[in-house]
Write a protein that binds this ligand. Structure first.
Ligand SMILES: [Zn+2]
Length: 108
């Protein structure tokens, strides 16, 4: 007999799962399970979607993501900031063009 590390109840030496609290006692199994489980907001697909929707506002997600290396974080930050700046400039330019058209229509 041994003690369950989670609920301190007596369990069988060969037990994989505690019958009292249903915790898994196999350490290797537990750690591989938790390593595979990535939070949904740190999934690459979600981050890509977030960057497309809110642009630079999604940067903290990349920085908080534990799997991303610092080099990637810096690179992605620069790329996203440059892209959003270009997009901002393009929007301003198209607004100017639109204003120009309206002015033309008014003078006709
Ligand atoms: Zn237990």
């Amino acid at each position: 007999m041994k003690k369950c590390p989670f609920c301190a109840e007596e369990i069988q030496e060969e037990a994989i799962k505690c019958k009292h609290c249903s915790e898994f006692l196999d350490e290797a199994d537990r750690s591989s399970l938790s390593r595979k489980k990535i939070q949904w907001y740190f999934r690459t697909s979600f981050i890509v979607l977030a960057v497309c929707c809110v642009g630079p506002l999604a940067l903290p997600l990349i920085w908080w993501r534990p799997q991303t290396t610092t080099a990637w974080k810096i690179g992605l930050t620069i790329v996203i900031l440059v892209l959003s700046w270009l997009l901002f400039q393009a929007t301003l330019k198209s607004l100017d063009t639109l204003k120009e058209y309206y002015r033309l229509i008014e003078t006709l």
